[in-house]
Design a protein around this ligand. Structure first.
Ligand SMILES: [Zn+2]
Ligand SMILES: [Zn+2]
Length: 229
């Protein structure tokens, strides 16, 4: 197990992110130290790595939530769902990307499992949490551009607030927009109109690589700093 890139906690709720698999996709575990229930955002494409963390922390996984349906974020979801009984969540506009997991495997030359069922759809401005709270723990923000149904998850429960950004923004970079369904204009518009309105101190779990802070990306990210200021 590699060390977490970010850990934050408040009361009994912990959020921590680990790089998983060959592409080191950041997987975020949100769990309660009271109940041991866990929500996993972007479980990734390495079943042994994710299950090692789940077992070590004795977590009961209840939800598998995805920023988008590229194999490095969702590739082992079917297997994890079958082992844990957790429900799978994805934005409607990425269903076709998920159903094309096998095409992605050809595109990237990797082995992936067949896609499993999606239990619930993620919708802009809705929230997810544990069934017994805290209420409105993470808000869904639709941020297309890297893929058509890409979403980010924002929580002001934590202090400073937390954004799980998937492949929208990286430290010093942005997500690629040359894959099927991608759009550079949509990606830049999502960052400008939605993400840049969040508090500057928001800490960001990126899809790959180190965590960052929104203010730093506004100031230093070469793809963003010239565009808007
Ligand atoms: Zn991606
Ligand atoms: Zn990725």
């Amino acid at each position: 197990m590699r060390p977490p890139i970010l850990k934050t906690e408040k009361n009994s709720i912990v959020a921590e992110a680990y790089p998983i698999g060959a592409l080191e996709s950041n997987c975020t575990l949100i769990y309660s130290t009271d109940t041991n229930e866990a929500i996993i955002v972007d479980p990734g494409n390495s079943y042994p790595e994710i299950m090692e963390i789940v077992k070590e922390k004795k977590l009961k996984v209840v939800k598998l939530i995805h920023t988008h349906a590229h194999f490095d974020h969702i590739g082992q979801t079917k297997n994890i769902r079958e082992t844990t009984g957790a429900k799978t969540y994805l934005h409607r506009n990425d269903l076709s990307v998920y159903e094309g997991l096998n095409e992605q495997s050809q595109l990237f030359g990797v082995e992936v499992a067949d896609p499993g069922p999606v239990d619930e759809l993620l919708t802009e401005d809705e929230y997810f949490s544990f069934d017994n709270g805290p209420e409105k723990l993470f808000k869904v923000i639709h941020t297309p551009g890297h893929s058509p149904g890409h979403v980010c998850f924002y929580s002001d429960y934590f202090d400073p607030p937390l954004l799980i950004a998937g492949d929208l923004i990286f430290k010093g970079s942005i997500g690629r927009t040359d894959l099927p369904g991608g759009s550079f204009e949509e990606l830049m518009d999502a960052i400008k109109s939605k993400i840049f309105k969040l508090p500057n101190e928001t800490q960001i779990i990126t899809g790959h690589g180190p965590a960052t802070i929104l203010a730093d990306e506004k100031q230093f990210n070469p793809f963003l700093k010239e565009s808007f200021f």
